[in-house]
Design a binder for this molecule. Sequence first.
Ligand code: PEP
Ligand code: MG
Length: 577
Amino acid sequence: MSLLLDGLAASSGIAIAPAYLLVGPDLSIKKQHTADKNHEVARLRDSFTLTTKELRAIRQRAHQDLGQQAAAVVDAQLTMVDDPVLVKKIENIINEQAATAEWAVKLITDHYLELFERMNGNDYLNSRALAIRDLYKRVISHLLGTNLPDPAALDHRAILVATNITPTDTAQLDRRYVAGLVTDYGGRTSHFSIMSKTLALPVVVGTHTATKKIHDGDLLVVDGIHGKVIVNPTEEQLEHYRLLAGEFAREQQAWGTLRDQHTVSQDGRQYTVAANVGTLSDINVARDHGAEGIGLLRTEFLYMDQTELPGEDEQFKAYRQFVSGMDQQRVVARTLDIGGDKRLGMLKLPREDNPYLGFRAIRIGLAEPTVLRPQLRALLRASVYGRLAIMFPMIATPEEFTRAREILDEEERKLSRAGIAVADNIEVGMMLEVPSAAVMADVFAPDVDFFSIGSNDLIQYLFAADRGNSRVAYLYQELHPAVLRLVKRVIDAAHAEGKWVGMCGEMAGNPLATPLLTAMGLDEFSMNSSQILPIRSLISHLNVRQLQPLVHRALAAHSAREVEMLVREYVPILRKN
Ligand code: PEP
Ligand code: MG
């Protein structure tokens, strides 16, 4: 009997091959004391030396086979094992608590993982936590004298199935044999997923039960397009997936030819398809996928695993890399958007009953100038290294935008008085994600250089439905006429003042929204890099002029379902799935 597992599509493609389970030995540790602390310290140091050696070998292989980006992931782990402060901390636990080396390593690891947990995980933090867990596994396995499963030992074509595949595991994969990957845990944008995209392997993560339900040698289909895994498929299913695999390969080839092209509709209208990024390594991924700029740089990453606010210089160095990394393509940096589901340990903000409606984003920025001002100065200083735009998140009233802009202008004047160069063409805009601002877009338009529609928040506030709550997910409807009317209003208001409008929420990468957004005149679509080429390809097939009646009918429709049917009726290539 075949079995279907649902997960998240982390890297696209279809693979059909037998399963190879990568399940590790029992590394559980009990609290134990020692009478010989010096011996434990020596064991600890030995295990760190062995781990460093092992990681160096993995790094070398990663560099050769996968390039600099993969090597950098291993480098981050090497920095941790080489950190004398970390070793000292563990030694102190051994000495103060008479703990065994294993127990001391466990205590310190738990401490760091808890710190991450309190910061409320996003994909970036989760991947840092994964790196720490991987390091823990390696050190403990050396202390216990056991061997971890070795992905490099695979000697036949197979799909790897694991609880969690770490970046270092990925770096050891032998491309000749690995056909695809399936994990119990993991997020779409974890480092592991990003690296597997480099390998161009189909990957499904977050299945929860893969390692329990799949046995060594089971025939698997990994559908990295839709995030599904079929265990022991029927002949019919195999036939279906073989066809899909062929189609995918042809599509990939067609998309590849669009990588260095502009985004132009069939009737000659030009659009910008840009990437959303959150870390420096995302920049390479964005360029590889043919991004025409960065429509959203989420600056939160700089603040995430820190115990203190990052200083102006540290921020400046990071922003400079983003801006120069995109040459002269525009990089839209958003000022710190914290609050709601994203919490920061170092900002001692009181708990709120309604965090999504509370003290967040620009509201914090305006109330705590010690946070906003250094960030703006760092951004302004980075502006001379490329083409920078700055935008403020969660603006609800014109006064908020005016005040934020005044602060920016003040910092700019201070920098020029100090003789520090700032680009003179920085565009200043705002996120449009609060319904009040969308309704009043015509009032904002004269004062901004651009709008960027944050559909994720805009939709949650419009329907009063928490975007992370699956029980109200049915209200999260990107194609609902209420959303479309608001989006249209924003685009028209901006264009009436000669300003451009982008969209950087998930809706920008939804192919069913593309015909409507292009026909309504959205200028920039910013999305996860992996969606760029499919969306560029779709736009190249659209005759935007002929889609005007679709817009009229969609705006007058009564439901998202009705809009979806209209889109499929007007755009034949969207009919199939
Ligand atoms: C949005 O709200 O659409 C957006 C892009 O911002 P974030 O997802 O970071 O809240
Ligand atoms: Mg938002």
